[in-house]
Ligand binder design. Sequence first.
Ligand code: SIN
Length: 285
Amino acid sequence: MAYRYIDVRSVTPTVGAEVRGVDLRETLSDEVFKEVRSAFLRHQVLFFKNQEWLSPDQQIAFARRFGGLHLHPAAPHLEGQPEIFVIHTHKGSRIANGDAWHTDVSCDKEPPLGTMLQLHKLPSVGGDTLFASMYAAWDNLSEPMQAFLSTLSARHESEHVYRGRYRDRNVDDTDRVYPEALHPIVCTHPETGRRALYVNRAFTTHIEGLEAAESKALLDFLFEHIEQPKFQARFKWEINDIAFWDNRCLQHYAMWDYWPEERKGHRVTIQGDCPYLAPPTEAPE
Ligand code: SIN
């Protein structure tokens, strides 16, 4: 596709593109926004380069162009602005957010459509984020395996992930009930119509209808399959870059290889729909 208003350069043939020529502090015209949206659907994750620091209101305003905002069930947020999840890792951190392959909040019945992260503080080296295309992971399975997986759903849970996770950031979750959901193992992307694998190591705990050993063996196989480097792009951040990824067809991994240095930014997520698997469309005669 040719772009008139923005400069879009793929970072791999499979997933990810860098975008230049927009200032996300400004309100984008409808024409520019249409191109951004089309690049997002095509490349699955966009890396907006040469950005200035966005105020929380500016980041929220840009994210709202894509839909209503999703509130994280567990994480700490900016005072008075629950839409802004503060990503922060430093010398005293016990955990780093996203430090394993996952799909954001897939335990929700309606998991977030996409996530937008701007990093304001970076370590001197490291702290990259890796992205893996779940379209590619699906497309690279055999037809018999695809047919079998298309009949299955899996449970996504979060109690084991979130309980007490942010205690050291003053989150008291004593009375919270953390979400869980059942989703098809392969889902249809509601905007592109493509199929994407939808299980991840962080939240997916069991395949419905299978014995425990069968479920474990199949999930282990899928987790390894998904993590092949040929499905991935690796993003090296510069200050104020903004990554915007599509949780409906991607997993990501935030590499915590920079301890004791600090990494900090603001994350906003956009509400999504209930994942589903549409029947295959018949080719016209
Ligand atoms: C996350 O949202 O999983 C964190 C991503 C990152 O910090 O790069």
